[in-house]
Design a protein around this ligand. Sequence first.
Ligand SMILES: N[C@H](CCC[C@H](N)C(=O)O)C(=O)O
Length: 272
Amino acid sequence: MRIEFTKMHGLGNDFVVLDARERPLPPMDAAFAAALAERHTGIGCDQLIVLEPSELADFRMRIFNADGSEVEACGNATRAVGLLHGRPARIETRGGLLRSGPTEAGISVEMGKPRFAWDAIPLAYAMDTHALPVAWEELVNPVAVNVGNPHVIFFVEDPYAIDMARLGPMIETDPLFPERINVNVAAVAGRDSIVLRVWERGAGLTRACGTGACATAIGAMRRGLVDRRVTVALPGGPLQIEWAEDDGIVMTGPATEAFRGSFDPADFGIII
Ligand SMILES: N[C@H](CCC[C@H](N)C(=O)O)C(=O)O
């Protein structure tokens, strides 16, 4: 049996997309996802995305990180599946109901409302999420926000001077974060401009992180550092983030279909 896939990316954050909306796929589990994410297979991805029928929306999007963990949200993939759908879409995710639609500036996604309560991040104990009284070496007093998935944001002089390969996993897996955390280091470059790098929970350093851009923009807005509409410059390129008057977050940016193919699950040691 061969399974068809579409390889896509959002500013270099890449995905293998399996479409099970018309026909069922073998049961998706962490092992399947982690096997497919391996780069040496010639496919490889930061996240595996599975589209399934939904009772609540046009379709359901399941998100598996490269380590196999299934998570609530993925901003760049939401734009990618919006591109694949080819028209405005309501998308059911573990993090809530999202809307995506093509615009002249790329694919726009309504990412829902941010949550700031310590137990909504979640943190292991009560803290002021506006400025956590914690530090990991030179990374101090971050903001924490949940934008469907959990993020911690450190504002620094130069994000590219931070040793993310060492500090990223240390913070991602700290017991303060019972569901682990996505780690963002950002510099404010103007009232409408942020520079950002992200160590992603379950995927490591990626070229771009849509939910990281949303979380960082909201964190900076909460601190009064930027206006309610900003451009976030990630290593793979820019995203536009707006915190709308109704408290919803709107992210706009590109999505790209790279190629289509098929694979035999047995080639990945997946016995069906
Ligand atoms: N690593 C994230 C999921 C993917 C987020 C990122 N790829 C995006 O575009 O938002 C998490 O475990 O919550």
